[in-house]
Design a protein around this ligand. Structure first.
Ligand SMILES: CC(C)(COP(=O)(O)OP(=O)(O)OC[C@H]1O[C@@H](n2cnc3c(N)ncnc32)[C@H](O)[C@@H]1OP(=O)(O)O)[C@@H](O)C(=O)NCCC(=O)NCCS
Length: 187
């Protein structure tokens, strides 16, 4: 089973029993405002049950729950793209509001980057961040993603057009960074 133990949290597969915590923490307009519209709002127990049912069936999970004190408090995951984009994956994440600002996602995202490049044939990992979400941009920059483009007013949220910021990391950049970090750790 995939379990990644970090300083601030543990990443592990979603499982039965996570429903209440998921529905409670994900049902938050401040989260919904920063993610795609398909993210349920309000996030009901029924939504939580179907998310867990869908995700527990994977041999190699593409979504991992962020666990703190035995409770699932967020998600970090990715979707693999198709056709000529099949070596791309898009990373996505959210964290329950009571846990913001403690450095949790700054640790979870690099761990997910390593998980993706280590276990999947992916050449480019990218993220799409809506205008104004500086915490998410900081998380990505800290993990080694490069700002690649701004898709001007590409998204619509709450009836407002918003710029979408694209951040990406190539496999070769991940490998170089890993090498650099382990050289620093040796000295
Ligand atoms: C974005 C989110 C994942 C950040 O997670 P987090 O664990 O709170 O982030 P961290 O504590 O690791 O902080 C990351 C960086 O953002 C900064 N930051 C935190 N909150 C911030 C805020 N409100 N405004 C600006 N910067 C902020 C931190 O200081 C840190 O910067 P540093 O690396 O320079 O020290 C979390 O706020 C969240 O779930 N938001 C709603 C959903 C969402 O935005 N998902 C991503 C969609 S692209």
């Amino acid at each position: 089973m995939t379990v990644i133990r970090l300083h601030t949290c543990t990443l592990r597969p979603w499982r039965d029993g996570d429903e209440n915590s998921l529905a409670e923490l994900a049902s938050n307009r401040k989260i919904w405002d920063r993610v795609r519209d398909f993210f349920p709002n309000p996030y009901t127990l029924r939504d939580a049950t179907s998310w867990i049912r869908m995700n527990r069936s994977y041999q190699m999970p593409v979504n991992l729950a962020i666990e703190i004190d035995g409770r699932a408090v967020g998600n970090v995951g990715f979707t693999i793209k198709e056709d000529i984009y099949r070596y791309n994956a898009e990373i996505g994440y959210w964290l329950g509001e009571p846990y913001w600002g403690r450095g949790i996602m700054s640790e979870a995202v690099p761990a997910m980057v390593e998980y993706v490049f280590h276990n999947f044939q992916i050449n480019r990992l990218y993220a799409c961040v809506l205008e104004g979400n500086s915490a998410s941009m900081r998380v990505l920059e800290g993990a080694g993603f490069r700002p690649e483009a701004v898709m001007r007013k590409a998204a619509v949220k709450n009836n407002r057009y918003l710029d979408e910021h694209i951040f990406a990391m190539l496999r070769e950049e991940y490998l170089a960074r890993r090498e650099e970090l382990s050289a620093m750790a040796r000295h």
